[in-house]
Design a protein around this ligand. Sequence first.
Ligand code: URP
Ligand code: ZN
Ligand code: ZN
Length: 453
Amino acid sequence: MTILQNGTLITPAGPQRADLLMDEGKIVQIAPHIDFLECEDTDEIFDASGCWVFPGFIDGHTHLDLNNGVMDTADDFASGTLAAACGGTTTICDFATQDKGGTLMDALAVWQNKAAGVSRCNYAFHMAITDWNERTKAELGALRAAGVTSFKAYFAYDALRVRDDELLDILEAIKPFHGIIGVHCENGDVVNALQRKAVAAGRTGVENHPVTRPAEVEAEAIDRLCWLGRMAGIPVHVVHLSTALGLEVIRTARRRGQTVYAETCPQYLLLDESRYHLDGFEGAKYVMSPPLRSPHDVAALRRAVENGEIDTISTDHCSFRFADQKAYGKEDFTKIPNGAPGIEHRPALMFTSFGSDLTAMQLCELLSTNAAKLFGMYPRKGALAEGSDADVVVWDPEARWSISAENQHQAVDYTPFEGFAAVGRAKYVFVNGTLAAENGEPTAAIAGQYVAR
Ligand code: URP
Ligand code: ZN
Ligand code: ZN
């Protein structure tokens, strides 16, 4: 048994000064005062005074142990989930990606194998559908039985994307069981054409990355997704929203009565496109898709977070080392592996940067509860409630520290947030009732489990 005493718990009913008792991986009691003498075998008591106690944070969008066709990401499930736990994330939703010509169940088996036995935090899988056909469609029942109810499709990346008619068919196929699909919204044809033109004109530097993926490319694809969702009559989920234009499209769809879920990421709320103009090849650290945007976009997205127009903040963690992996695109920006690290730092970045502009309750929703609801894990995850899994974060709002490649646990040689002065830190992180991290450092526990939904 483990007791957290004297914390302020962020419960579904609101903040509450209370103690919390965990046993056998579950939250078994929440009460104003739990006296450890009443519990015969209480062996661990943690003082949470002065701290917020949250349901473990959920990162709804990570890419661990992913091969992009040329190279593997720097983080695998061992390092990525360790880093996640150090920062306060107790569950990730990663992507099992179907091989062209392959089956969904094979893809799930491959990703289960990558994660099992090494994960420091819990993991669920969205299924990225890249090859839609009758055989794939026939697998949806088996996939559901295996705990996968959320999906991903790409409008960009030639090796991954599906056609519009295929996406419509996917939407119709997942509708009967209320499946949800997150879509990478960029017009792939237009990106390809802009990239070809840039390279043909000798514009091969990293500053051309955002130029060839303009805001309109995102807005058009979001619009298309919304209309396809309307035709199929189901909600849609826009992942990694990065632009004010895209936000406007989502608002329009919502105004006409559609349910459109929106995710954004810390990088689109804190960094802007000026990073692509840093000296030398430094800008490659920020090559991700969609790219970083203008200060106007950043401000619009921050307001949207504050207004409740954004449902979840995830990382899109997809790490490649600067020294030997980003370098692959030194002569041609189109070859720079896309993605950046962030799985460890999302909670601290968001607590620090939104400060008192968001309540603890709102941060809880953005970093945990809404993802649990959207992806079919609530109230097992995403809630401090009796009977819920004992994924718990004790958050010390007074802690001061600096984000740096030197102190991070992500297995990569940089962080886009180098030098960021963080306010607040995960003091204790429990995964299924086991202490997984303390003050930003891991314990020896490997307590992560697969979350079947
Ligand atoms: O650049 C990124 N974000 N790479 C990861 C794959 C994706 O687009 O989500
Ligand atoms: Zn994407
Ligand atoms: Zn992604």
